[in-house]
Write a protein that binds this ligand. Structure first.
Ligand code: GLN
Ligand code: ZN
Length: 761
């Protein structure tokens, strides 16, 4: 039985690629240095997989920035503004597309399906002159071959490439991207011919869009594409790889009928229904790449369960046609557990990062071939058993409390308009109240204080003094600026999820569990391994300290349960909803403690609620139901006079607007300024909205200082579609990545614009 890995993290076990990239971008090292680090990383990955016994080892899964951008480079689809004049695409053009340069901004970046990875969106139109302009795929293939490793080159499939593109600026937005298929296929033919000439016998096309709800003409494009490619592909084994969800029955039928394709890869972790499709019929003589090892998580595989899945599949496709694989590219998990020196052995025994998953895949393949590594399997079974019964995982009181929530509803007793009235009596805010989203600039000094406290270089007392001083400055500044509802600035927080995770039970933290988010940026998600509870109040100390420094209302600042969930590695031994309810109960306790401490405005951030939305429409309702319910649970216990805010970091919420209203927050602040038409159009179309709302009036992602006029115009645009008595004035998001030299003038202009409009109303 053979084994396969869909793709592998490129950043390196200690983020070697990140540091090499950033040093190159800063002009501190040369292109050769970056290339050397990259070549070494690729070699070590291939050797590791070969050493572990993997048969189908992928190549071209490395990238200097992003695999979709690599495909754009291969196709020579460089937008004209980058001034590229042809020839092989080099670093300057490539990184200008990725990051922009002094004169041209970067291409747009968007989330890769429902992961936290972001890809560079291709910009296409009828005039793109596709030419084969990056030979990276064949070069990587040859590079591995020179090391004695015959790899399976991976390409983004041509149809997914087009479906993930957008019409370029200036092109009619209804332009049919799929109409470019013949032109794109002409280049794919050249690439495939090149790979074949270099000796490749297999090729992998990643076509993850197949798991989406596709209209029939889009499905037809797959048939057209792989039929058109047939003669070029002949003589090769061709794998179509899908991942991240169940493949719909129609899509399954379409691709399994393709005669030029000889192998199919399916995500059998998220795609449990796909198993039924396979059982219902699989084309004879073709390969099934069974993705049983989870590429989206950090848990050790349940090897015994995987074996029984694989055995069932073996009966359908035949022993020689079944290949053990990962559910998706390991790009979306952490790299190597060996570097975790802070996790204890018990927790470590429950985990598998990319390097360990490679070993699991191979162990499964060997076991099915009759060479079961008994010691490995029994260690795995023991680890699973210890995880199941560990008192660190199980907290009966929490389980009971969370179970009691299911099936019931939790809502504040009164309507939002009654509550807003009661709150206004207490808060006495002007019309168009001004506020910010929470964080203020995280200066070098603030970071140093936190770091030294963590390293025990300064005492608790010194730490408290320093943070209090920072809060005092932030409060004074806001009073000077005449902002109405203040924040404490979050100087004590490194990260909005980590800060809470560190204080909750059931969370563990890694030192090197980095996952690429975009380019050189990585995130280190916490691991939720057990039932979640809150041993102590988490924010009351700082929020009450901040409130004591001002007469104005001070917002208590919390991260919501759905966001904590979506930005963590979540346990796989119970439904996500269950874990979310547990976090909701912990946050509920915190909300009530803040209220008791005299905090009258509490913001519960749900920055990541939307990104947890499942890929398939049929699953949306269920997700929105438990996630919105979880949010409501956090604040169902407060009085009418306590004002609950929430904040969201995305503007495209048109499709989930009713769920957002159903969260029943008193005030919602939301990113808006990067695309204000989109957000406001919901209200223009007549959606009734009675709660307070603060669509961001300027983009905090840019150092640019928004002029008063511009903010003034934005507010007026909002007033055209929203009642004046519900509108708030605030930036798009927190200010932690900005400098005070930007924040002060920007907020000055914000307050000036709000006041000017107040006078005119
Ligand atoms: N309160 C957080 C902050 O201001 C919110 C961050 C976010 O929405 N991503 O930093
Ligand atoms: Zn935000």
């Amino acid at each position: 039985m053979a084994s396969h890995i869909v793709g592998y993290p490129r950043v390196g076990p200690k983020r070697e690629l990140k540091f090499a990239l950033e040093s190159f971008w800063d002009g501190k090292s040369r292109a050769e240095d970056l290339k050397k680090v990259s070549t070494d990383l690729r070699a070590s990955i291939w050797k590791q997989q070969a050493g572990a016994g993997i048969k189908y080892i992928p190549s071209n899964t490395f990238s200097y920035y992003d695999q979709v951008l690599d495909a754009t480079a291969t196709l020579g689809a460089v937008p004209p503004r980058y001034g590229w004049t042809g020839g092989e695409i080099e670093f300057d053009t490539y990184f200008s597309m990725a990051r922009g340069n002094a004169s041209v901004p970067a291409m747009e970046m968007t989330k890769w399906f429902d992961t936290n990875y972001h890809f560079i969106v291709p910009e296409l139109g009828p005039d793109v002159n596709f030419t084969y302009s990056s030979h990276k795929a064949v070069e990587e293939y040859k590079e591995a071959k020179a090391l004695g490793i015959d790899t399976i080159p991976v390409l983004i499939g041509p149809v997914s490439y087009l479906l993930l593109s957008k019409p370029a600026k200036g092109v009619d937005q209804s332009f049919s991207l799929l109409s470019l298929l013949p032109k794109v296929l002409a280049i794919y033919k050249e690439v495939v011919a090149d790979l074949k000439a270099a000796g490749a016998s297999w090729i992998q096309f990643d076509e993850p869009t197949l798991v989406l709800d596709l209209e029939s003409h889009k499905l037809q494009a797959f048939t057209d594409a792989y039929t058109e490619l047939a003669s070029t592909l002949s003589g090769l084994n061709v794998l179509i790889e899908t991942y991240f969800a169940d493949i719909p029955a129609e899509a399954y039928k379409t691709i399994t009928s393709l005669s030029s394709v000889t192998a199919y890869g399916f995500d059998l972790v998220r795609g449990t229904k796909t198993l039924d499709l396979i059982k219902g019929g699989f084309p004879s003589g073709k390969y099934l790449f069974a993705g049983v090892v989870d590429g989206r998580n950090i848990w050790a595989n349940d090897l015994a369960a995987s074996i029984s899945t694989l055995q069932a599949l073996e009966g359908i496709v035949g022993k020689d046609k079944l290949v053990v694989s990962t559910s998706n590219s390991l790009l979306h998990t952490a790299v190597d557990l060996v570097n975790e020196n802070k996790l204890d052995d018990e927790i470590k025994s429950w985990l598998a990062f990319a390097a360990q998953k490679v070993v699991e895949v191979n162990a499964l393949a060997n076991a099915l071939s009759g060479n079961k590594d008994e010691a490995f399997f029994s260690a795995n079974a023991a680890a699973l058993a210890s995880r199941k019964s560990s008192p660190r995982v199980n907290n009966e009181a929490v389980q009971k409390a969370a179970a009691a929530l299911k099936g019931s509803d939790h809502r504040r007793a009164t309507t939002v308009s009654a509550r807003l009235d009661a709150q206004q009596k207490k808060l006495n805010l002007p019309i168009l109240p001004t506020t910010t989203i929470g964080s203020f600039p995280q200066t070098v000094e603030v970071r140093r204080v936190r770091r030294e406290y963590k390293a025990k270089k300064i005492s608790e007392e010194e730490y408290v003094t320093a943070i209090t001083e920072e809060i005092r400055k932030v409060v004074e500044l806001q009073e000077e600026l005449d902002i109405d509802v203040l924040v404490h600035g979050e100087p004590e927080r490194n990260d909005m999820v980590e800060y809470f995770g560190e204080q909750l039970s059931g969370f563990a933290f890694t030192v090197n569990g980095w996952v690429q988010s975009y380019g050189s940026r990585c995130v280190k998600p916490p691991i939720i391994y057990g039932d979640v509870s809150r041993p102590n109040a988490m924010t009351v100390f700082w929020s009450s300290k901040a409130q004591s420094l001002t007469k104005r209302p001070m917002k208590g600042m919390l991260t919501g349960p759905v966001t904590i969930l979506n930005w963590s590695f979540v346990r796989d031994d119970q439904p996500r909803s269950e874990t979310c309810y547990q976090i909701a109960l912990a946050i509920k306790d915190e909300v009530e403690d803040l209220e008791k401490a005299g905090i009258n405005v509490i913001q519960i951030d749900e920055a990541a609620l939307r990104e947890g939305l499942p890929l398939r429409k049929s699953e949306h309702a269920h997700y929105l139901d438990w996630s919105v319910h979880s949010f409501r649970i956090t604040n169902v216990g407060v009085q009418d006079t306590t004002q609950i805010h929430t904040h969201m970091c995305y503007s495209h919420f048109n499709d989930i607007i009713h769920s957002i209203i159903d969260m029943d927050a008193d005030v919602i602040t939301i990113e808006n300024s990067r695309s204000d038409e989109k957000l406001l159009s919901v209200f223009r179309e007549g959606v009734k909205y009675g709660a307070g709302i603060g669509p961001g009036v300027y983009d905090i992602h840019s150092p640019r200082i928004p002029p008063t006029e511009e903010i003034y115009d934005r507010i007026n645009k909002m007033l055209a579609v929203l009642e004046k008595n519900i509108l708030w004035v605030n930036p798009d998001c927190g200010l932690k990545t900005r400098k005070y030299t930007e924040v002060k003038p920007a907020l000055t202009n914000l307050v000036t614009a709000a006041k000017r409009i107040r006078n005119e109303l």
